[in-house]
Design a protein around this ligand. Structure first.
Ligand code: SF4
Length: 440
């Protein structure tokens, strides 16, 4: 029996879907990305923007069309917002809200029983042991995200996540270490530590701990994989964490990359967003990080078109972004979500103004990406190979969070790639969105 698991939304959602794949792994099922082949479809939904909601609806209609007859299950944040009867109208067989995800496995087992009964005689059955046991089979990637924290107790005025994912809670350290071990034993070459509010990890544990404790414990274990920290809010970053990124003392397995959502470079907008910092606080944190490692990749999220955002406030944001050597920006236009305070805020920004602001931010993003990558020309970076095309070229993600492609000259190199944890690549050329190199 084939199960199609589709994930829309953030890395935390991706980590949840990977956990489900791991839970289903012992069953005689295999995974497919092709709807036509699927005997059951499970969709991890997102409620953060109206675009994400649109994507969910579109995927359900595609699943009904191309995976005709296969039951569709939905889970994730949008199930906390849309009532079950509406899902039924869309053709969804069953809804698992965020606290019911653990029940999906039993649902799959039920379908499996029905499937086995109706299966044609003589048709080869798949068994768990026939499925290739490696991380790519489970996760579809060799850089899997691992969720260590769930929920958010903040109240950013535009954000629906605290409603959909509940209060902050941490996965205990021993459980995290066990999960990492499973990933490592199954061939993961990089683990991305993610959480809805990553900086809150450990606050609810007894005794309370911080994300830097967690990283220390991970590195003590001598896992061979490298570790990347997922998105972390500015207020979740402490001195100890910054010190861990210092080039002088850093564990080589920690990727020199940190993603710190800014959202706006205007204090008045940050206030309306109910973000608990001002741009000077953000600047101080980033300056300290750059002092610790001048080459580190710093990424950020920006929302433009927040209700009432004036031209002046937008210009303030642009100027602030210009003052920081970001490696990249993730840009969003404000998306009103009915269940949030920002939904009823006056002075919505007109869509043509929003588009124009988005365009200007994209131009800055392109320049920043270009400048950041240029620094690495002639330098050697470490790539985890994720794709080999026609045995002639390979590409992968480097520790500084950009992709590099490099030619493979001898067929021997292709075989060698499989054995290598990480490939050393000298960067020879860069553009805003690509980098080319040679394997050394
Ligand atoms: S910190 Fe703010 S933006 Fe992030 S999940 Fe919590 S409420 Fe949403």
């Amino acid at each position: 029996m084939k199960v199609c698991i589709k994930t829309i939304g953030c890395r935390t959602n991706k980590a949840d879907s990977i956990e489900l794949r791991q839970a289903l792994f012992p069953l005689p099922v295999s995974f497919t990305d092709t709807l036509e082949e699927a005997n059951a479809v499970i969709l991890f939904t997102c409620a953060v923007t109206s675009k994400a909601e649109k994507d969910v609806r579109l995927y359900i209609s595609q699943a009904r069309r191309y995976a005709a007859g296969a039951p569709i299950a939905v889970t994730g944040c949008l199930t906390e917002v849309i009532p079950p009867e509406k899902w039924k109208e869309m053709g969804v067989a069953i809804v698992f809200n965020n606290s019911q995800k653990h029940m999906i496995k039993s649902w799959v087992e039920e379908i499996l029983k029905r499937f086995e009964k109706t299966e044609l005689k003589g048709t080869k059955k798949e068994t768990g042991t026939e499925i290739k046991e490696d991380i790519i089979q489970i996760t579809g990637m060799n850089r899997p995200p691992l969720k260590v924290q769930e929920g958010c107790s903040m109240k950013c005025s535009y954000c629906i996540v605290p409603k959909t994912r509940g209060k902050e809670r941490s996965i205990p350290i021993e459980e995290v270490l066990k999960k990492i071990e499973i990933f490592v034993n199954n061939g993961a070459k990089e683990i991305i530590i993610v959480g809805v509010q990553l900086g809150a990890w450990g606050k609810d544990l007894n005794p309370p701990q911080t994300i830097s404790h967690l990283l220390e414990r991970i590195f003590k274990k001598n896992f061979s994989t490298r570790v990347r920290l997922g998105s972390i809010e500015p207020w979740g970053i402490n001195e100890k964490l910054i010190e861990m990124f210092s080039v002088k003392t850093k564990d080589q397995r920690l990727c020199p990359h940190i993603h710190i959502p800014l959202q706006s470079g205007s204090d008045s907008i940050l206030k309306k967003m109910n973000r608990p910092y001002r741009k000077s606080d953000y600047y101080k944190i980033v300056s300290k990080i750059l002092e610790a490692d001048p080459d580190i990749a710093i990424g950020t999220d920006i929302i433009t078109g927040f209700p009432g955002e004036t031209d002046k406030e937008f210009e303030e944001t642009l100027n602030f972004i210009e003052s920081i050597p970001f490696a990249y920006l993730h840009i969003f236009t404000f998306s009103p979500r009915r269940e949030t305070p920002a939904f009823s805020m006056p002075e919505r920004v007109a869509s043509d103004i929003m588009k124009e602001r988005l365009k200007r931010l994209k131009e800055i993003d392109e320049t920043k990406r270009n400048l950041f990558k240029q620094k690495f020309r002639g330098k050697t970076v470490n790539a985890i190979v994720e794709k080999v095309s026609d045995e002639k070229e390979a590409s992968g993600t480097v520790e500084y969070f950009f992709r590099v492609s490099f030619p493979l000259v001898a067929s021997q190199e292709v075989k060698e790639l499989d054995k290598k944890e990480i490939v050393k690549v000298k960067i020879v050329d860069t553009t805003p969105f690509t980098a080319k190199g040679v394997m050394i």
